[in-house]
Design a binder for this molecule. Sequence first.
Ligand code: NAP
Length: 515
Amino acid sequence: MSALQSYLSGKWQTGQGDGHTLIDPSTDEKLGTAGAQGIDRAAAMTHARDVGGPALRALSFAERGALLKELSGVIHAEREALIEIGITNAGNTRGDAKFDIDGATGTLMAYAHFAKGLPDTAHIPDGDGLQLGRSPRFHGQHIWVARQGVAVHVNAFNFPAWGMAEKMACALLAGLPVLEKPGTPTAMMAERIAHLIVDSGVLPEGAFNFLCGEAGDLLDHLGPQDCLAFTGSSGTARKLRILPAFIERGARINVEADSLNASVLGPDVEPGSDTFDLFVRDAAREITQKTGQKCTATRRIMAPAETAPALAEALAEALQAIKVGDVHDSNHRMGPVTNGDQLTSVQEGIGTLAGASKIVTGGAERLGDRGCFVAPTLLLAEDAHADVFHADEVFGPVSSVLPYDGSVDEAAALVQRGLGSLVTSVYSDDRSFPVDLALQLAPWSGRLYLSGKRIADHGTGPGIVLPSMVHGGPGRAGGGEELGGLRGLQFYMQRTAIQGFKSTIEAAFGKPAAE
Ligand code: NAP
């Protein structure tokens, strides 16, 4: 078994001790270990801050954008090998692995493109300049500048490629060196990508740093110019938010956490209609893609009470048609969950939900005698308002149908019980229902996906995170925000108000005159 490596302080390093064992969740085969015991994280942060930071800030936005494009190409060139790693170490179907890898390369390319909209200066003007006093001489201008710290990225296990690349794209373009820490159970993909990035020599020394294994005391070394972008469970986020780095030293933290994403079927949608069928197709994909281990997966389905039984039946039929099994066999369309711990957690979650609902299909039983398999599971709630459906995310192929009375108010009340989501989708061909619901739900959702027959062949489905649109959500979802085009850079930059003599400020910091 090979021991995965970290790239810190300008060299590849292997942790001491046994490390965490990585497995193939289809077969239980042991694949390797990841551990970072004994690696000097303080020195790594200093190296990134002092060597990578100045080197990146010496480049223009356009030059940094060009580096992102090159990185995208470097990763894309190894797509086939990376797909194999996703299949083996993450239990991904080929399609799931492509989703992760193409998401990574696509996001890097998108940010290479967004860079073209940035000026050829070290700062970005924010809005127009303002006259601040009676005389026009006293003038103000807001600007964004790169923070002089390290962008530390702690990622969840479910998107080892995309999760790393989407954070990296924003930070590198903003001008910050990155220190990437993947979720340990699926770290093989991220480690392979780290080797590709380092071997390519595309980035200046110190700009890319990679910690493979436990975080250890990493976050103790964050100072006031550093940032942590965290993706993972709300339980881990709770521990991180109160660290001295954030509450004493003023390092920034952005949290992308759990979400009980909802999908609402409008009262106008008849069983058997095109929009009904679209809803069933999208919901089945959202429940089973990446074996439901997707932060944007649909966990709660609100359907009008009179339609709910027909919907549950149609969706159960679609889920039963999905072949579950060892993803080394390409006939299987859903793979295992990531490891034994994840399996236990999903089984317990299904057990809890089943206490307040009828299992329509699937169940908590482990499938087969090896690997970490569970069937796609759909439950039909006895009482949609029962706490259990709105309390805990079951991070697997599991969703519950919650009947409601067909009104905007009840749909909104049920969605809000999730206390803040990454994405909420509404399927309706009515003109007012989705709009009225969207207005009630916008404060509770990072993204709203309004679907129906008019975009049936054009929409991506609710689970796809696009680089041009913000990702993140309020409340339980962490309160964070990533991506959204150039908005994604702001977390890594300082907005500063500059006040003084108009011509000096306009010449140095104002918006460049349009050509
Ligand atoms: P997790 O257990 O919270 O771990 C997330 C990351 O935090 C991992 O890299 C983990 O490292 C690290 N970590 C754990 N304890 C830490 C500590 N004390 N200090 C610093 N880092 C620490 O979550 P997970 O099981 O990997 O991922 C599943 C969860 O992520 C789900 O709840 C899902 O909803 C959420 N998620 C959210 C989004 C989003 O965008 N909102 C996206 C994907 C996933 P180790 O792996 O080494 O323990």
